[in-house]
Design a protein around this ligand. Structure first.
Ligand code: G3P
Ligand code: CA
Length: 248
């Protein structure tokens, strides 16, 4: 069994989340995949940012859906993280909100998985599923992309427009009968809050390889999850978690 580690928003424990810097650092640590969040700008560009608004992670203000790509691109995506130990005002200050294409370039170049979380649970962003699918297809990367969302209609839409799409439902708590849920919705996997697995490890018996957990940042917790058969860990600290995997 090969444990997989995905860098959550890149390596957000140590670098500015969802930036090319954080993604590159996760790649440098040797991750098997990246987890990113996508939204749609007013003029229809798929960009990589966690929140619906830019206020927390950039030096700007406003909702992504109301802003043009040009305006968003002028913001710094790194300068809000001045309390981080590794903060470098010059280097981090230059980080921009990435496009999905930029992340595709990086993952394709390094031949690693990409988990695209469709952040459609607040605003539905009409047409985002088609745009994301088209970009992934442009790179011929459908095999290594996993779509996830808390918002089920978005996943169903992705299934409808791309029957080959790999779909995972995001949930904080592991369902009572996860296998039923996966069959009913034709899900490849469930992406589950790791604490719920620690609480109910029996619920994933037999389907351990179809569970990916978020977001585990402590080695002792990761070790417990591996003991329960979990095979894919999403973490904010890829470097630390990779050392755990290397000890296997
Ligand atoms: O994909 C798992 C995790 O990223 C979901 O929560 O809020 O970090 O996007 P959040
Ligand atoms: Ca996410």
């Amino acid at each position: 069994m090969h444990t997989k580690v995905y860098g959550h928003r890149g390596a957000m424990g140590e670098y500015p989340e969802n930036t090319m810097l954080a993604f590159q650092k996760a790649v440098d640590a040797g991750v098997d995949g990246l987890e990113i969040d996508v939204h749609l700008t007013r003029d229809g560009e798929v960009i990589v940012i966690h929140d619906e608004h830019v206020d927390r992670t950039t030096d700007g203000s406003g909702a992504v859906k109301d802003m043009s790509f040009h305006t968003l691109r002028r913001l710094s995506a790194g300068c809000s993280f001045g309390t981080f130990e590794k903060y470098d005002p010059v280097m981090w200050g230059q980080e921009r909100i990435p496009t999905l294409e930029e992340v595709m370039e990086l993952v394709a170049h390094n031949d690693i998985d990409l988990n695209i979380e469709l952040k459609t649970n607040v605003y539905e962003y009409e047409g985002i599923e088609e745009k994301v699918r088209d970009i992934v297809r442009e790179y011929g990367y459908s095999d290594k992309v996993i779509y996830s969302s808390f918002h089920l209609p978005s996943l169903l839409r992705m299934q409808a427009i791309d029957p080959e799409a790999r779909i995972a439902w995001l949930t904080s708590k592991v369902p009572l009968w996860p296998i039923d849920q996966m069959e009913e919705l034709s899900l490849e996997a469930l992406h589950v809050g790791y604490r719920s697995i620690l609480k109910h490890p029996g619920r994933i018996t037999g389907i351990e390889d179809r569970i990916r957990v978020w977001t585990v940042n402590e080695v002792w917790e990761a070790e417990k999850l591996l003991d329960h058969g979990v095979q894919t860990l999403m973490t904010n600290y890829p470097e630390k978690m990779m050392s755990l995997v290397e000890r296997e």
